[in-house]
Design a protein around this ligand. Structure first.
Ligand code: NI
Length: 232
């Protein structure tokens, strides 16, 4: 019995070392050895593997086994309740922000709109979405006034404080209300990533602030191709 355990341990060690060596030689230039190892390990042990993003650094891959996105219950800019099921089968570019944001949010929402336009007719398969992290001020009416300034099809989602917090948790979005003594109104401090959400409501890739619209468009198209041809 002991001998079998010892033999299995050696076998496992050899396998893991082999995967490590394989990761070392097969890693792509923009992949760290750790990431490469995790990805090869995941592929050997049959976990779901992140789909590679377009070459040229068009987005960050989620670490293997990490899942973002999923169910939410919110309210759209028409005041109607919506869930992730209302977007089932569609690709989304999602940003968490707020309409009173002076600079970063407008820039990133403009980037989403430009990325969709850069995709040409294929851009119609992607819905741009702003989920507010400031539901107190971002009412449906406020969002209805704001989101069309960026894109005619942009959806603005709000909800109760609890609904918004629950959605933000699913995407691991950080946000906090900040009241500065020199300002009459509060601002929201928040993380700033653009999320590419697939037809199954799961996040496929995320983009750091200041990623170019072209890089996002290329990554979206690569993800859509990968989804159409899962074997390749
Ligand atoms: Ni902002």
């Amino acid at each position: 019995m002991l001998r079998i355990i010892r033999f299995s341990s050696i076998l496992l060690l050899t396998l893991v070392a082999g995967i490590w060596a394989y990761a070392w030689v097969s890693k792509s230039p923009n992949e760290s050895l750790g990431e490469a190892f995790a990805n090869r390990l995941a592929s050997v042990f049959g976990q779901e593997m992140a789909v590679p993003t377009a070459s040229g650094g068009g987005g960050m891959q989620l670490p293997a086994g990490m899942s973002l996105g999923g169910p939410f219950e919110l309210v759209n800019q028409a005041g109607q309740p919506v869930t992730e099921r209302d977007f089932a089968g569609r690709w989304l570019l999602v940003y968490f922000g707020f309409t009173y944001c002076p600079d970063v949010c407008p820039t990133e929402l403009g980037t989403i709109a430009s990325a969709i336009d850069a995709m040409g007719p294929q851009g119609e398969s992607v819905t741009p979405v702003l989920i507010t992290i400031d539901p107190q001020r971002d009412t449906p009416a406020q969002l209805a006034d704001y989101v069309p300034r960026f894109h005619p099809r942009m959806q603005g989602l709000t909800g109760t404080a609890e609904q918004v917090a629950a959605a933000a948790r699913r995407y691991r979005v950080y946000f906090a209300r900040v009241q500065r003594p020199d300002m009459t109104d509060y601002v929201m401090d928040h993380s700033s990533f653009i999320y590419l959400v697939g037809p199954d409501a799961k996040v496929r890739a995320l983009f750091r602030p200041e990623t170019s619209p072209e890089a996002i468009a290329a990554a979206v198209q690569a993800q859509q191709r990968a989804a159409r041809n899962p074997a390749s």
